[in-house]
Design a protein around this ligand. Structure first.
Ligand code: TMP
Ligand code: ASP
Length: 237
């Protein structure tokens, strides 16, 4: 497999073509961004930690019957993935209130959400990823009604698998963001699952062990990601 041109450079990852039209290389950089890129910093080791964390989670999801784009780790910071046609929406599942839902709805942080709630956001940095609903998705053709139903069902199936996985490691899965794409006509999970795109709290102390450490300037960002990984059994060496 030969790595070719850079196709896309996001805020924390880059994507490269390969000599196989159906495969891409995903590079996890150390770059860390928040508030739509207004706060940025390169954090030593983060690319390696997130690449290995993501591989571990994607393999757990595959084992639970959830198809993902992940194929294999290539090296410390790169993974081979299937080339998807991405659907331009972000799917957020929330088990506990935190982040934007507290600001938008005036609710306090830390409320158990029963049932867990779900939100769609438009993937558009210039607009600050605005929240959208299913009518917007259909009116503007961002996904079909069938794809919307599949994304919701898969996002909740992921919740069942990962809530249990994190619970066994003494962690609360507060919320997370997923992105899906189409591969050979099927909607499958793309992008990443790392502490950059979810919230994880220690079950006992409620200590934040995710990107909120960066957003809120709490320090120990990569150390927290590694602690989560170690508790799950992710191998970083
Ligand atoms: P929020 O509270 O900012 O709406 O984010 C909810 C969860 O989704 C949180 O774990 C962070 C993640 N997320 C991203 O990773 N990227 C995004 O662009 C958005 C909107 C959310
Ligand atoms: N990843 C997004 C950004 O850089 C949103 C966030 O996680 O705060 O701005």
């Amino acid at each position: 497999m030969e790595k070719k041109d850079e196709l896309y450079k996001g805020k924390a990852k880059s994507v490269y073509a390969t000599d196989d039209a159906k495969r891409l290389v995903m590079l996890f950089r150390n770059d860390t961004s928040a508030f739509d890129g207004k706060k940025k910093e390169a954090l030593d080791r983060k690319g390696m930690v997130n690449n290995k964390f993501n591989a571990f989670i994607m393999e757990k999801l595959e084992a639970a019957g959830i198809e993902t784009h992940f194929e294999k780790l290539l090296n410390d910071q790169e993974s081979l993935v299937k080339r998807l046609t991405m659907l331009p929406v972000e799917c957020v599942v929330r088990n506990i209130s935190a982040g934007s839902i507290c600001r938008r709805l005036g609710v306090q942080e830390g409320l158990d959400l029963n049932p867990p709630t779900f939100e769609f956001f438009l993937k558009n940095d210039d607009l600050g990823d605005p929240m959208i609903n299913e009518f917007h998705i259909q009116s503007f053709g961002w996904a079909t009604p069938e794809q919307v139903e599949i994304m919701k069902a898969l996002a909740f199936k992921v919740n069942g698998v990962l809530k249990a996985l994190f619970d066994a490691a003494g962690l609360l899965l507060v919320d997370y963001k997923l992105e899906f794409g189409v591969y050979e006509g099927r909607v499958i999970l793309g992008d990443e699952f790392t502490p950059d795109g979810c919230r994880l709290w220690d079950k006992e102390t409620r200590k934040k062990l995710d990107k909120d450490r960066f957003r809120q300037g709490l320090g120990g960002v990569v150390e927290a990601y590694e602690e989560v990984g170690h508790r799950l059994g992710v191998k970083f060496d």
